[in-house]
Design a protein around this ligand. Structure first.
Ligand SMILES: *[C@@H]1O[C@H](CO)[C@@H](O)[C@H](O)[C@H]1NC(C)=O
Ligand SMILES: *[C@@H]1O[C@H](CO)[C@@H](O)[C@H](O)[C@H]1NC(C)=O
Ligand SMILES: *[C@@H]1O[C@H](CO)[C@@H](O)[C@H](O)[C@H]1NC(C)=O
Ligand SMILES: *[C@@H]1O[C@H](CO)[C@@H](O)[C@H](O)[C@H]1NC(C)=O
Ligand SMILES: *[C@@H]1O[C@H](CO)[C@@H](O)[C@H](O)[C@H]1NC(C)=O
Ligand SMILES: *[C@@H]1O[C@H](CO)[C@@H](O)[C@H](O)[C@H]1NC(C)=O
Ligand SMILES: *[C@@H]1O[C@H](CO)[C@@H](O)[C@H](O)[C@H]1NC(C)=O
Length: 418
């Protein structure tokens, strides 16, 4: 005790002689403003709707300043559709620490927009932890988007729209009604340590859909779902997807593209160091025929990906048509160039491991396969089927060369046409 006291005295003396001359010590400590949903009428009994309490907590936090924290203590929360919107002008970062399980309302008439939990027009959100249960099981039967082109989409579980400097960590999403997560028009978006879970046969439950965003990094994430693990839509650039465990699901897809007249280019993507297991596709680029505008998909790298029993491990499909007859005539106007497949290894569930069906109007440019080693699941060699593309094969590639397609590829019928 006495020794501890004298140490304190010593520390004080040292501080008096040094700290007052230290510029940094004069900077006031950063203020953290804490907001607990429990103080805003939230019941957390899993029965009463907590939407109001969550909104009030957000409003208070957003009006606050500097470093802000919202705490969601352990418990079961029932939440209807909700929009956490900014701007929060005096907030630098707003961290939501979620220790609870949040369940979505199953009353579809409550959902006026396309998502359940929306973060909009806000900078500096940090969403950390917790479980988001979309309660999709009860509503999947009402989804018609898996069967026809014109349909009413069900709500996405967690959507970020127009957010900058966003970090999402360690969240678990189960049984979304539609996608687990959507990232739309975001700049500087980071996600890691996510677990996204839905049954293999759940319709349109894409893991993460990204559109019109730049500077996106998604890493260390496990996705088991009924549609694409990650789908990368139009208008994206500067993106790294790394250390993903995908499957079951439909793999990691760029597209579909070339459906709408407002679409923009996709450039500068790296998808690497991942495992794809038991999925219908591995890494895929899909574009519709008859595209209303011409766009570019360029500078795309797929690297170091382990495939296990994947039906189409490598696939470019520029005649994408998820339904029997898309009624298309003109070739796709989406121009693909600088597409690299490197270190793609493992097993294919079909004898054709590589399918490169490019547009006859705009043949793919600079497609390379390097160190591709894909065996059929029974140990036999696989083949590559190509049209309107002259890919370069590095020496060790397996399959080693292209053959012309016998028939057009048939995409997974259960895909949503987006
Ligand atoms: C932000 O801080 C400024 C200056 O302190 C203040 O005038 C303004 O009302 C604050 N804005 C909000 C939304 O609280
Ligand atoms: C995000 O950043 C972009 C580009 O700097 C800017 O145009 C946009 O208004 C920002 N959004 C928000 C919500 O601050
Ligand atoms: C992929 O699988 C290998 C072998 O099981 C494992 O060592 C590696 O950590 C896995 N990668 C990821 C991102 O989980
Ligand atoms: C290709 O994309 C990578 C990764 O986003 C980027 O670092 C590189 O500069 C891009 N190359 C070109 C030629 O644009
Ligand atoms: C491979 O996948 C097919 C379905 O695509 C499945 O029927 C088969 O059991 C799987 N084989 C192994 C060894 O996992
Ligand atoms: C293809 O690659 C070559 C050599 O790297 C380069 O000169 C050319 O511009 C590229 N073409 C396209 C369409 O990217
Ligand atoms: C694997 O299956 C294919 C197609 O059924 C067959 O042609 C081939 O001989 C099989 N290879 C082995 C090693 O069993």
């Amino acid at each position: 005790m006495a020794q501890a006291c004298s140490l304190k005295v010593l520390a004080l003396l040292v501080c008096v002689s040094f700290c007052s001359f230290n510029e940094a010590a004069r900077v006031p400590p950063e203020v953290t403003n804490n907001f607990n949903v429990g103080s805003y009428g939230v019941k957390a009994d899993g029965e009463n709707d907590d939407t109001d309490g969550f909104l009030k907590t957000w409003e208070a936090a957003c009006k606050s300043s500097s470093t802000v924290k919202i705490l969601i203590p352990p418990g079961n929360y029932k939440l209807g559709p909700i929009t956490f919107s900014g701007p929060c002008p005096n907030v630098t970062t707003l961290t939501i620490v979620n220790k609870g399980t949040i369940k979505a309302s199953t009353d579809l008439s409550k959902y006026k927009s396309d998502a359940w939990i929306i973060f909009s027009k806000v900078t500096g959100v940090r969403l950390d932890g917790g479980t988001f249960d979309g309660q999709g099981v009860a509503t999947w039967s009402q989804n018609s988007c898996s069967k026809k082109k014109k349909c009413q989409a069900l709500p996405v579980s967690v959507k970020f729209i127009n957010t900058n400097d966003t970090v999402v960590k360690r969240i678990k999403s189960v049984n979304p009604k539609f996608f687990h997560m959507a990232v739309i028009r975001c700049q500087k978006f980071r996600a890691s340590g996510l677990t996204l879970d839905a049954p293999e046969d759940s319709p349109n439950t894409d893991g993460i859909h990204i559109e019109k965003s730049t500077d996106v990094k998604i890493a260390d994430t496990a996705i088991r779902t009924g549609d694409d693990c990650i789908s990368i839509g139009h208008g994206n650039s500067d993106m790294v997807i790394a250390r993903i465990n995908c499957g079951p699901g439909h793999g990691i897809s760029i597209g579909s593209l070339g459906k709408y007249d407002y679409e923009k280019d996709v450039k500068g993507l790296v998808i690497r160091d991942s495992n794809i297991t038991g999925t219908s596709n591995g890494v895929r680029i899909k574009t519709w025929e008859d595209s209303p505008v011409s766009t570019v998909v360029a500078n795309i790298t797929f690297q170091n990906i382990q495939m296990t029993n994947v039906s189409n491990p490598i696939i470019i499909d520029q005649m994408y048509c998820p339904w029997k007859n898309c009624g298309t005539k003109d070739p796709s106007k989406v121009k693909l160039s600088d597409i690299r497949f490197s270190g793609i290894k493992g097993t294919s569930a079909t004898p054709v491991a590589v399918t490169l069906i490019c547009s006859k109007g705009y043949p793919c440019q600079n497609v390379s396969l390097k160190d591709v080693q894909l065996k059929y699941i029974n140990g036999s060699d696989t083949t590559a089927v190509c049209s309107n593309v002259k890919p370069s094969f590095a020496a060790t590639a397996l399959p080693k060369t292209c053959t012309a397609p016998i028939a057009t590829v048939s995409s997974a019928a259960e895909d949503l046409g987006i």
